[in-house]
Design a protein around this ligand. Sequence first.
Ligand code: PLP
Length: 358
Amino acid sequence: MSETEILSKFKITKTTNSRLKEFDQTNIQFGKIFADHMFEMNYRNGEWTDMEIKPYGPLSLAPSTSAIHYGQSIFEGLKAYRNLDDEVFIFRPEANSTRLNASAERMCMPSIPKELFLSALKQLVMIDKEWIPNVPGTSLYIRPFLFATDEFIGVKPSDNYKFMVFTCPVGTYYSEPVRVKIETMYSRACEGGVGRVKAAGNYAASLYPAKKAKEEGYHQLIWTDAKEHKYIEESGTMNMMFVVDNVLYTPTTSGTILPGITRDSVLKIAQSWGMQTNESSIHVEELVRALKGGRVQEAFGTGTAATIARIKTIGHEGTDYNLPAFTEKDFSIRILNYLEDLKRGREKDTWNWVTKIS
Ligand SMILES: *Cc1c(COP(=O)(O)O)cnc(C)c1O
């Protein structure tokens, strides 16, 4: 189906009471402000129907809604950017569509045709264009999500689903370099589990260990493998990267690690810049040895929310290892600046990653 045909099926109801006048671009708290509209559609009798854009507001759901009980719920996250010429861009939305459908398959949920997913996103972002902040470091976070809506108690895949998208203007995620702790007791994901998909329950399971780490003075955890706690996995909602002896290291994403789109972008750009990259298992002991030897030049997390989050301290079994203070020449700073320019159309998009919407 063409985009025009898809759009002709959307019912659009605009708000008569925009909250835009209350929105202060210069003081944005991450994830707390929601733009005026949302997209909603239902899966019934084996097909997607009732596509609708309407004012952002509460849902009415039965107490027996199965997602609430058994967690058949997945999500995505991506961002839209507006530049000073008022042009609007979305970064790699096709990759989010592919990943959402991979998550859906693992969780026994229906897939969403790519064109429908993209049309919903574009249309919603255009309607709330004025909500895209344009001061440096800000953007419009887009949250697509899909959940089971059968009114049924009993563990089985639902027959009915709801897919929704809302957006929030956001600023920087971490206001300073972060302190992380290598977690060697609790686990996020195991072989054969759902760690490689964006399933809501993964995050619920991570809260308790993350809370413990916060009590110890860290912002986040670095997860290790569930079996032996010997290998580095990822951190919060970010993939991990290290620069050691001028080589960029990151764990392979086989099975237990979420394949981040930012991770993929950073690896590809690094390679195009002639940097040596290494995707393999990263042994905790080896990392600690490199930290002790002062060979770790940079450590950072990659993800849509933070883009690049510099790490200043890594804790391991009671010892804190501090990383060198950063300079403008660092790979992580250069890549952050490059990505920010690329996403705002200021850098030539040789990758075909940036979708301009109008
Ligand atoms: C979303 C997410 C990431 C980062 O993925 P991006 O596509 O780069 O935003 C990394 N790890 C986890 C667990 C995530 O949920």
